[in-house]
Write a protein that binds this ligand. Sequence first.
Ligand code: IMP
Ligand code: MG
Length: 188
Amino acid sequence: MPTDNSTPSQLNDLASILLSEAQINTRLKELGAEINSAYAGREIAVIAIINGAVIFVADIIRQLNIPLRLDCIRVSSYHDSASPQQAPEIIDRIRLNIEGFDVLLMDDILDTGNTLAAVSKVLRSMNPASLKTCVLLDKKTHRAVEFEADYAGFPIDDHFVVGYGLDYDGYFRIFYHDPGFEIVPAPH
Ligand code: IMP
Ligand code: MG
């Protein structure tokens, strides 16, 4: 993870690809089409959970043909490591007024569910007309709280994954040879 003597570049060399750029691009188009038809004739407020969701959100909003506004919320749930803490901390709130608007909350990955559950609660308190969630990855077997996303790109097993915006300790958000995901060994 990287273990004692492995460097980011060594880890990059060792990693195996879970989802390729082509698989991700195909799924992005499908998800975009689903969202376009669900919100046809309306406008949405997209709220991205940063930093992890930046690449996913940048790509998916370019598949949309509905008017949208974008804002980001910064949440720290991993505190610069791969071990989740119980209560995610909202470090930076949104500035957009979402009262009465249809909100689509996006994150890179739904794991224990703590992050999306906590952020959803905060957004609901701002009285949106509706609130839906969209994630690229869903570790369905690792929930600590009951939470299902309205739109999910790929169900994955309980591996720690990096790439396409997902990091380990700030590293590996992007791989230059292929912007797909890569599995790295779980921390021990
Ligand atoms: P949850 O609160 O456990 O659902 O975790 C969601 C957050 O944890 C996401 O916003 C990610 O930032 C991070 N996360 C969960 N699993 C992974 C992973 O496999 N790789 C990188 N980040 C992850
Ligand atoms: Mg995150």
